[in-house]
Write a protein that binds this ligand. Structure first.
Ligand code: EAX
Length: 331
């Protein structure tokens, strides 16, 4: 009798295991999401993405997997933005410049010489204005997860150091495909050339363009300094970035899975911010060591004067809440 009970017991356990293996409960189904960006695997966009992937994986018991696609593997920033809207890309870190071509309200963060320093940017990005901007992406089939990357985009070129607006004259500068950015560089006297990021190293090397502008971290991690001569630490634009998810992806996630992503974002973005600031410093040191001419203009008055019309042009048509945000940021 006892033996028979034991045999039944064993049979029951085997059947139970077989049932569990053949139809796993919903929570153990694996979801894989692709996060993409244009910069190098060593860049803070990648370390941020790695932190996010690690957190999401551990909180979901391994059932949510994020694969990372750096270096324009899945396309340039405009392609990736379109991919998010179509649902062919799940997540991306995008420059606020390109993101604003899809969500114009974001341009309030792109105005030249707007932020005093990293702290000023971060306060705005993490405060009520940042929250409203993240909401503003929703009508465009996007989900705004966070703002980060609190450094500046500075000009680099192969011709001369930039000490005054006159030094920009005639320089063919690669700009992102961002009208506000191109108008600003025109106002400074340069000749902007829009190019996707993935083509930039070669364009600099072949002298198709004379220069570009980017975060020091990016100028360094993309090794542009190998084919350029001068870096001017002139904080023309914020280098701010937005972490976005496709609304199509968001809609596929359960409330618990959304919570896992959302609760992981602040820690991941903090890693991105930390690494950006550190890599900006390191980049400057390495580029100095590599023999680049580095100058830091101290009086920005003439630069600010030259770009004044940009503020009016880009804020004029904005909704009132953006105009108010613009006033508040300048306080
Ligand atoms: O957002 O294109 C660029 O210059 C950007 O810095 C880059 O794609 C990161």
């Amino acid at each position: 009798m006892r033996k028979r009970v034991a045999v039944y017991g064993v049979a029951f356990v085997i059947t139970l295991i077989a049932v569990l293996v053949s139809c796993p409960p919903a929570f153990s189904q694996t979801i894989t999401m692709r996060i993409a960006h244009t910069t190098a695997p060593s860049h803070p966009y990648t370390t941020m993405a790695q932190k996010l992937a690690d957190l999401v994986k551990s909180k979901s018991g391994g059932s949510m997997v994020i694969t990372i696609h750096p270096a324009s593997q899945l396309g340039g920033e405009r392609d990736l933005m379109e991919g998010l809207q179509l649902g062919t890309v799940d997540m991306m870190s995008c420059s606020l410049g390109v993101a604003a071509s899809f969500v114009p309200e974001l341009n309030v963060m792109n105005l030249p010489f707007l932020f005093r320093d990293a702290k000023h940017y971060t306060e705005v990005a993490n405060g009520p204005i940042g929250k409203k901007l993240l909401k503003a992406v929703e009508p465009k089939r996007l989900v705004g997860l966070g703002l980060y990357a609190p450094v500046f985009r500075v000009p680099m070129n192969g011709v001369r150091p930039i000490a005054s607006p006159a030094d920009f004259k005639g320089l063919r500068m690669r700009l992102m495909e961002v009208p506000l950015h191109m108008d600003t560089y025109k106002a400074l006297g340069a000749s902007p050339v829009p190019l996707p990021f993935g083509e930039l190293y070669t364009a600099l090397q072949l002298k198709t363009v004379d220069g570009n502008e980017n975060a020091l971290a990016t100028l360094y991690s993309e090794r542009f300094y190998e084919v350029q001569k001068y870096v001017s630490v002139l904080p023309v634009f914020s280098n701010g970035a937005i972490l976005l998810m496709s609304q199509a992806t968001w809609n596929k996630l359960s409330p618990a899975q959304r919570e896992i992503v959302v609760s992981s974002v602040p820690e991941a973005l903090a890693v991105g911010d930390r690494d950006y600031l550190a890599m900006d410093d390191k980049g400057l040191t390495v580029m100095k060591g590599a023999g680049l001419g580095i100058n830091t203009p101290t009086d920005l008055t003439a630069f600010r004067e030259a770009v004044k019309p940009i503020y009016a042009k880009y804020m004029e048509k904005m909704p009132d809440w953006v105009k108010e945000a613009f006033q508040q940021i300048q306080k």
